[in-house]
Design a binder for this molecule. Sequence first.
Ligand code: TYM
Length: 334
Amino acid sequence: KTRVLTGITTSGTPHLGNYVGAIRPAIAASRAPDAESFYFLADYHALVKVAEPARVQRSTLEIAAAWLACGLDPSKVWFYRQSDIPEIPELTWFLTCVAGKGLLNRAHAYKAAVDRNRAEQLDDDAGITAGLFMYPVLMAADILLFNAHKVPVGRDQVQHIEMARDFGQRFNHLYGEHFTLPEAAVEEQVATLPGLDGRKMSKSYDNTIPLFAPRAELKKLIAGIVTDSRAPGEAKGTEGSALFQLYQAFASSEETATFAQDFADGIGWGDAKQKLFERIDAEVAPLRDKYEALIAKPADIEAILRDGAARLRAQYAAPTLARLREAVGLRDLS
Ligand code: TYM
């Protein structure tokens, strides 16, 4: 069986980037007959980004409801909260002890933080936590613990998966073939979905469109997407247009070709935004109704998550950690 695994950090409200980069491809992959899927809420990772307990809890609920609304079937895939699996932080330590510090120095998120400090003439590491620095090791533990083959993600996560391969390989070299080396699965069309301002859609840029924004808010947000100043009747380029890229992520190739022709024919930005709104809403509206029903019953979601984690620990996480403890020379706890 092909094991497919992915997670979303519980630091905010799920947005269209999470949906096209991770949720939609992951649900599609989970329906393949030979797939065994692992989808989880990365709440340990959230602690790197936010120190707001209520926000982490709310986000966990929202992201869990989003997965379920988008069609995840918890009786067919492993669906769990990262912090319900204590074997993950334990494996993180084993991997920390084989991870090259030099490799971690080159991680994009850490380097970007250092660059911001340099731009402000601060010490390189001013305000940077060891948690941010170690982020890729925790993520490697998520992936390697379950010997995932494929990890559906947006392009921003590819470097982390390469690091997971590196740490897994070093561990295998030292202790024997314990880990499968994972591969990123990136959908080229939607690898980096732009946000309202044209930069990558991201919680940290505050330019996101929430996946389940009510219809009126969705329309209003779409009206605010950046465009150039070309008037109706003037031909418009699709290259580098956030509006066009968003449309493409939600449309068939025929619809996208028609939309490109509209651009060439000089469609007005207001009309183009209306078309984009209708396309996104057509896909999201049925999911939004399910989401509203699910989020109203947090206790049901909690029960699903606890049950998923309990079964997953018993079947995979605990026996795997027992083997790994033995492999590195630690006492058997059973
Ligand atoms: P996170 O929470 O930032 O994002 C979750 C997923 O959404 C994708 N994504 C995007 N894809 C396309 N365009 C965008 N604008 C966009 N924004 C976000 C991300 O690529 C990701 O697939 N470290 C991870 C969570 C994680 C994880 C893992 C993922 C923890 N452990 C193990 C895979 C495997 C993160 O912060 O993703």
